[in-house]
Design a protein around this ligand. Structure first.
Ligand SMILES: C[S@@+](CC[C@H](N)C(=O)[O-])C[C@H]1O[C@@H](n2cnc3c(N)ncnc32)[C@H](O)[C@@H]1O
Length: 256
């Protein structure tokens, strides 16, 4: 598997948005307090850590060792998270789990293949839950300026074959063709204000501009991004509303 998020973990944990508390409460209610939840593509524990106190155990699984290390560091007081190296192609090697959650990770995977294994592994009432930005979330207000910086730096944003980037197929279409085809959606909005540090910071957590991709160009890229952003918005202040969508997918009841 390519090193998609190489070196991203610290910026990811510090700067990426987190789902608001009502979204976490919604997830906890979908799973139930007595369940074991696989957080697949857990990153630095964006979902695993706030969920940990509300379910029996979270298996936090990711192929990126930097992400797992950051998660372990942040979760010092969450004893019921088990951090494990692994990936979507090896779910059968994991301890048993009741439900699967994927936060902003499903679109990086071979999505049809990922949904086949949980059908064999989950109890009948097990759910697969996707958490991520809603498809109609407005573009971030700094994105046109950042696009110009990337273009001028010759940065190619295509990073993952065998993923949403490659096929463009909406997640609902993938789910509808899978065993988990009964879908329920919920949306959660947050109003946020960013300064220039908070805009540049997360850029170093996107696969096309993570430290592993930029190498020796990282400092120059961050400096140029800051300069271009402030030229575009001299106030140095950006307001936006994020929309987190939670899609809960179940299997239809078996006919008698
Ligand atoms: C954008 S981060 C999401 C982190 C966290 N779940 C969140 O909600 O913020 C995507 C994560 O998926 C992981 N990932 C990518 N491909 C994967 C795969 N095939 N199986 C499991 N995890 C994968 C990456 O290493 C990365 O940590």
């Amino acid at each position: 598997m390519a090193d998609l998020f190489g070196g991203a973990a610290p910026s990811y944990a510090k700067y990426r948005t987190r789902p608001p508390e009502p979204a976490i409460a919604h997830l906890a209610a979908a799973f139930g307090a007595d369940s074991t939840v696989l957080d697949l593509g857990c990153g630095p524990g964006t979902l695993a850590i706030p969920l940990a106190g509300r379910v029996r155990e979270v298996l936090a699984v990711d192929p990126d060792h930097g992400m797992l290390a950051e998660g372990r560091r942040l979760a010092r007081r969450s004893p019921n998270v088990r951090w494990m190296a692994g990936d979507s192609a090896r779910l059968g090697e994991l301890p048993a789990f009741d439900h699967v959650v994927m936060g902003r990770s499903f679109h990086w995977m071979d999505r049809r293949a990922v949904l086949a294994e949980p059908d064999a592994l989950l109890p009948r009432d097990g759910v697969v839950v996707l958490v991520g930005p809603a498809a109609d979330e407005p573009e971030q207000p700094w994105e046109p300026a950042m696009r110009r910086v990337r273009d001028a730096s010759g940065i190619n944003t295509f990073t993952a074959s065998n993923s949403y980037q490659a096929t463009g197929e909406p997640r609902e279409a993938v789910l509808s063709g899978s065993p988990f085809r009964m879908l329920a959606r919920a949306r959660f909005e947050q109003r946020l204000t960013y300064d220039v540090t908070a805009v540049v910071g997360p850029q170093l957590s996107y696969p096309y501009t993570v430290p592993a991709a930029l190498g020796g160009r990282l400092e120059a890229f961050a400096e140029e991004a800051g300069r271009a952003l402030l030229a575009d918005r001299p106030s140095g202040r950006w307001d936006l509303t994020t929309v987190t969508e939670v899609v809960t997918a179940r299997r239809p009841p078996r006919s008698p």
